[in-house]
Write a protein that binds this ligand. Structure first.
Ligand SMILES: *[C@@H]1O[C@H](CO)[C@@H](O)[C@H](O)[C@H]1NC(C)=O
Ligand SMILES: *[C@@H]1O[C@H](CO)[C@@H](O)[C@H](O)[C@H]1NC(C)=O
Ligand SMILES: *[C@@H]1O[C@H](CO)[C@@H](O)[C@H](O)[C@H]1NC(C)=O
Ligand SMILES: *[C@@H]1O[C@H](CO)[C@@H](O)[C@H](O)[C@H]1NC(C)=O
Length: 638
């Protein structure tokens, strides 16, 4: 054993990586984040506050400080679990800290002045030199907000929505009192009362009682979106923490890995999406043959359904978002995103943004794009290949291809086995992370789960037609419950790839990256299958709870807009946050609930009215009976 440790230490030494430092040594390094008091600074006469990205550089001229620099380098080299401690983010009150430099020399640029000032203060404290990395952003008291034409256009659109909603309320009032039968189609879309009734109505099954078996998907969807938002809400702990050691240490705690490697739950949506698409198409094919005209129609219908609320959020991000606050983190968190969005917002509207790299624009919407691409893929596959045997072959062939694609990416591009949430990649929203870019967010690398979803939908349909009896399988319910611990096991497996000292061979990483998503997908399919056929009552009871229906309806709204809430929460911080487990729970759960609470009015006043407006403007023959039930029909007649 001792020998092994010796070999291990030798290995560590050889590659010059420091895995852990004790607290005494840790605090010898300059803190990664530091913010001077913000308002105390800018409200002073001539107060000037600058946010800077600082690179620590060794000073070649002397030997002093080089030992510390070496330690920082070696500690940083363990990039899987450590921040890059040579890259610091500081908010500096220039008028306080660098006043002498400011008055001494007014000819040099501000950047030079700051660099000189930081050079001397870092030299004094740590015997280290600094270089200012990017353009700095400075704030003083009299900031000017320049309105641009785009801002005004978006303001008019948003005001228009508000006016329509108010008219909707007035309309409600009159139609309620007078039992007025005459309906204004436009205003009816914006009637909050009608939309509210729709929101709280029981799960919609259309004219198709069979869809009732998918009730549990509401629970699955609401819970998964909540978890995703909760995970994203940890942003302030990554970009503005005053105890970065806490976070770096948590990579040794298995509980936190549920969070760090839990990003795989996004695959849930691909499974659900594929399953519902296949099932709906099967039901449809009973009445009419599936014909190719359904392909453009399906795509356009889906585009029209998803895009309006998304476009509203995107428009706000492009324009008014930058005025929502200010602070030492605002530039990095919000303004950088706005800049990137302006460079390619149209890609978002075409759902191609997951193929645009190094853009911070609404990073979370990669999923919407991937889902749209996979929807088109599924639609093409099922409509062009309709014979059962041919479908089996096509799905199997595509599944094998889908397994190979991410593996090839990983192998050729030397990527991680699975998206690895390291402090440094999270800090820059993953856009610098080749694994995120090449295998995590693309459409074609998420195909496997979608194909599993499609197959699941077809399987459920066939079993229902064969009057499949689950009673025989009741005894397997313990195996069924085992899916949860197995799923947790799968999530934790990803962490084995970056344990301290582990350096798994590329081939292993490639294989893992191919199979991990489908393995999760298969587990989830079993869960859905058991739920649909009522294998047991506990898990199903939880997921089919009536209370999930409304949160599930607003979950799309919650998802597209949660960053609009979260980023200002982080960007307006003027102080660092202290990371503790309780604080993490508080912020995570609180933000999750807050986003849902805001998603409700957003759904009532934006998503639902716009969806109906689209239907009024572009009537389609059968869109009515797909998504309404008897109760909804009553609401429609009211
Ligand atoms: C931390 O490590 C250094 C060097 O390894 C050692 O000198 C020091 O005593 C340690 N401090 C604590 C509190 O363990
Ligand atoms: C840390 O950041 C510096 C400066 O941006 C960069 O040159 C260096 O390569 C980074 N180190 C690691 C291990 O990523
Ligand atoms: C002021 O800064 C400029 C540009 O860096 C430099 O050329 C000049 O010598 C400086 N003057 C003094 C007095 O430091
Ligand atoms: C600060 O120190 C670094 C490293 O010695 C040097 O490259 C840089 O020019 C210095 N900046 C100023 C403004 O003196």
């Amino acid at each position: 054993m001792k020998f092994l440790i010796f070999i291990f230490l030798l290995f560590c030494h050889a590659s010059a990586v420091i895995y852990q430092l004790n607290n005494t040594e840790y605090v010898r390094m300059p803190p990664i984040y530091h913010l001077d008091p913000y308002e105390l600074c800018i409200y002073k006469p001539k107060g000037l506050y600058c946010s800077v990205e600082i690179d620590l550089v060794p000073d070649e001229s002397t030997d002093e400080g080089n030992e510390l620099m070496e330690m920082i380098r070696e500690y940083t080299a363990r990039s899987e679990t450590h921040y890059n401690h040579t890259r610091l983010h500081y908010g500096i009150c220039v008028t306080d800290m660098c006043n002498e430099y400011l008055t001494q020399n007014t000819t040099g640029s501000l950047k030079l002045v700051l660099e000189r000032c930081l050079n001397s203060s870092f030299w004094e404290k740590y015997k280290l030199k600094t270089r200012i990395n990017e353009d700095l952003s400075c704030n003083n008291q009299d900031q000017t907000f320049e309105l641009e034409p785009g801002d005004i256009v978006v303001a008019v659109i948003v005001l228009g929505l508000v006016v329509l909603n108010i008219s909707g309320i007035i309309y409600d009032f009159f139609t309620l009192k007078r039992k007025n039968r005459e309906v204004n189609k436009l205003l009816r879309c914006f009637s909050i009362r009608r939309n509210w009734l729709k929101l709280v109505a029981p799960a919609a099954t259309g004219n198709e009682p069979r869809l009732k078996c998918f009730k549990g998907i509401n629970g699955l969807r609401a819970i998964t979106i909540f978890l995703v938002i909760t995970e994203h809400s940890l942003l302030p702990f990554v970009v503005a923490s005053d105890n970065t050691l806490f976070y770096e240490d948590k990579y040794h705690n298995i509980l936190y890995h549920l969070f760090l490697d839990g990003t795989i739950i996004v695959q849930t949506f691909f499974i659900i999406s594929g399953c519902l698409l296949a099932y709906h198409l099967q039901i449809r094919s009973e009445k009419k043959d599936l014909n190719w005209i359904l392909i453009p129609k399906g795509i356009i219908d889906r585009w029209l359904r998803l895009t309006p609320p998304y476009a509203v959020v995107l428009a706000i991000t492009l324009t008014w978002f930058r005025f929502l606050g200010s602070g030492p983190l605002w530039e990095q968190i919000v303004n950088a995103e706005v800049r990137d969005c302006r460079g390619g917002y149209w890609l978002h509207l075409l759902y191609l943004n997951n193929y645009r790299d190094r853009s911070l624009c609404m990073t979370h919407t990669w999923y919407l794009a991937a889902d749209m691409q996979l929807y088109i893929f599924g639609l093409l596959l099922l409509i062009l290949v309709t014979r059962e045997y041919a479908r089996k072959v096509a799905l199997s062939v595509m599944f094998v291809v889908a397994l190979i694609i991410p593996a090839l990416h990983t192998y050729i591009q030397n990527l991680n086995a699975y998206l690895h949430v390291s402090p440094e990649t999270a800090r820059f929203f993953f856009e610098m992370d080749p694994t995120f870019i090449n295998t995590y967010k693309r459409g074609h690398t998420n195909m496997a789960s979608y194909i599993i979803g499609l197959s699941l939908g077809l399987l459920i349909y066939r079993l229902q037609n064969e009057e499949f009896d689950i009673k025989k399988y009741r005894k397997f319910k313990y195996l069924y419950w085992a899916c949860l611990p197995i799923g947790i096991g799968v999530i934790l497996c990803s962490s084995l790839f970056y344990m301290d000292g582990a350096s798994p061979p590329l081939v292993l990483r490639a294989i893992y990256s191919g199979i991990v998503k489908p393995v999760y997908g298969l587990l989830l399919s079993i869960v859905i299958l058991g739920m649909v056929f009522k294998l047991e009552n506990i898990c199903r009871g939880i997921l089919e709870w009536r209370g999930w229906t409304s949160p599930a309806r607003v979950s799309y709204s919650a998802y597209i807009m949660h960053m609009l809430i979260l980023k200002p929460i982080t960007g307006t911080r003027t102080t660092l946050i202290h990371t503790t487990s309780l604080n993490i729970i508080l912020i995570g759960v609180g933000t999750g609930i807050l986003c849902y609470l805001i998603a409700f009015p957003f759904w009532l006043m934006v998503e639902a009215p716009l969806a109906q407006l689209v239907k009024v403007l572009i009537p389609s023959k059968d869109s009515e009976n797909v998504k309404s039930n008897t109760k909804l029909n009553k609401i429609n007649e009211a």
